[in-house]
Design a protein around this ligand. Structure first.
Ligand code: HEM
Length: 478
């Protein structure tokens, strides 16, 4: 009986407490409860098309910077059929790309994913992405890439020779740089690939690339259809290369070798092929666009050009006028040239922004980023913010004598998807500049200050120029 009455007392106590809490909770004034986050400021434009027309009508950089001026560092818009939140502050970029990266996933249009290959690492996250990224990083880090220096030099020299083959001929700098970065990409992925394979890869890759940016209609005769066909042929060529390596039990220390080295065929041939094409794709236009801007900035700033030339001439003379190959240590000791690269990457901001998609509702700084919305960290806006880079429109490599504030300089992105090819990109740019300033002179033919997008920003018309050989210099180093 006693146990029974104690139990009753406990139940009553429990119920009273429960009723008290539920009544008292209802009485908490709304203003004391947690604020419901609201959408960031901004405008969503017209139904369906949003603000896509404004984006294309203006230069995208101007579109984003106008918005930032009007709404601040976080704002919403609706472009290319997507509801987006744009982030123009270093903290917000870090929130999305680094500290809360698991709340966001990479996102690309389906047509682009089909073209590159759905298994390419940049479409993924989690374990698959982690394992692949480790392999790619281990193939493109300083240690493995130093062996490519002589190969990259010979590609640089032959690119420059063909640019300067006819002094009177106007050539597109961007096109020349694309050939260079493609060949370097092939070298890093396949080592010394047979000429026949290289030619076939090149031919089909260029057809694929043409269709990549075209309207995705898969009808015979369209660029998109031709590109899909070329992509299939690329798979066949890669299958042959992989088969040959497997049959001959070739163990190579290049990216393909590393992808094949996983035990128990952990990666299928399709997965390997998609990643080979993916890396080649990520490597080519980015580096070519960066180099084109570097040549423009050097041309437009004669004093900096002369100082870079003096730095490079000294190394050239020590290497018996280029008869000896550059060493890794020499490539790490080009301080001014390196700062020119850093400043060109800031000024041009080749990858002006990136896309992610919120996988859940996310709250940032009191604002709601709804599930399914895209978020876009705007690298270019950050690189051009006078708070972080004084006189941002001025080309001033010396500003890099002092390291930029954390998370304000992201030409290669940030976090789990940041660029694993940045060391290779740096190496190939240094090598090309070394041979360019020592061997050639050039004159830009049209210097219209218009920017074109292909899809990365490039100077108008690929920067048409004339190149010719620099007369030999007699001094040798002591
Ligand atoms: C100047 C040249 C380059 C620039 C400016 C650049 C820039 C970038 C940026 C900003 C990202 C991150 C994109 C994001 O977060 O969504 C990225 C990713 C990537 N880059 Fe580069 N890149 C360059 C050259 C290269 C080269 C030479 C390679 C390879 C040889 C390469 C391979 C990749 C790959 C595979 C990814 C995807 C990484 C991942 O998703 O984990 N890039 N790059």
């Amino acid at each position: 009986m006693e146990i029974f009455s104690t139990t009753i007392i406990y139940i009553l106590l429990f119920l009273t407490t429960l009723v008290y809490y539920s009544i008292s909770k209802k009485q908490i004034p709304i203003r004391k409860q947690k604020q419901i986050p609201k959408l960031p400021p901004g405008s969503m434009g017209l139904p369906y098309i949003g603000e896509t027309l404004q984006l294309y009508h203006k230069d995208p950089n101007i579109f984003f910077s106008d918005k930032q001026k009007r709404y601040g560092e976080i704002f919403k818009t609706h472009i290319l059929g997507c509801k987006c939140v744009m982030l123009a502050s270093p903290e917000a970029s870090r929130f999305v790309l680094v500290t809360n990266a698991d709340l966001f996933k990479p996102t690309y249009p389906k047509s682009k994913e089909t073209m590159i290959g759905p298994w390419a690492l940049f479409f993924h996250r989690g374990d698959y992405h982690y394992r692949l990224r480790k392999l790619v990083l281990s193939s493109l880090s300083p240690d493995p890439i130093r062996k490519f220096i002589p190969g990259i030099e010979s590609i640089a020299i032959s690119t420059l020779d063909s640019l300067a083959a006819d002094k009177n001929k106007v050539v597109s700098i961007f096109r020349g740089m694309k050939k260079f970065s493609f060949e370097v990409g092939i070298l890093a992925i396949f080592g010394n690939l047979k000429k026949q394979y290289k030619e076939e890869l090149k031919k089909n890759y260029f057809i694929m690339e043409k269709g990549y940016n075209s309207f995705p209609t898969n009808l015979p005769g369209t660029s998109y259809h031709k590109a899909l066909m070329a992509r299939k042929r690329l798979d066949q060529i890669l299958e042959e290369v992989i088969c040959e390596r497997k049959e001959k039990k070739m163990v190579e220390n290049d990216l393909l070798g590393n992808l094949l080295s996983l035990k128990n065929d952990e990666l299928s041939d399709d997965q390997i092929a998609d990643n080979v094409i993916g890396v080649l794709f990520a490597a080519q236009d980015t580096t070519a666009s960066a180099l084109t801007w570097i040549l423009k900035y050097l041309h437009d700033h004669p004093k900096i050009f002369e100082a870079v030339k003096a730095e490079q001439k000294e190394i050239y003379m020590c290497n018996e006028k280029g008869n000896k190959s550059l060493t890794w240590t020499q490539t790490r000791n080009m301080p001014l040239t390196y700062k020119v690269i850093l400043e060109s990457l800031r000024m041009a901001s080749i990858v002006s922004f990136t896309f992610r998609e919120a996988v859940v509702d996310v709250e940032y700084n009191g604002y709601l980023i709804p599930k399914g919305w895209k978020v876009m960290p705007l690298f270019r806006n950050i690189h051009h913010n006078p708070e972080f880079f004084s006189e941002p429109q001025k080309f001033d490599p010396h500003r890099f004598e002092v390291a930029p504030k954390p998370n304000t300089y992201m030409p290669f992105g940030n976090g789990a998807h940041s660029c694993p090819g940045n060391e290779l990109a740096r190496l190939e740019m240094l090598i090309l500049i070394h041979h360019l300033v020592n061997r050639l002179k050039w004159e830009i033919v049209s210097s219209r200050d218009t920017i074109q997008y292909s899809p990365f920003p490039i100077p108008y018309n690929g920067l048409p120029a004339r190149f010719w050989n620099e007369p030999d210099n007699e001094e040798l180093c002591n």
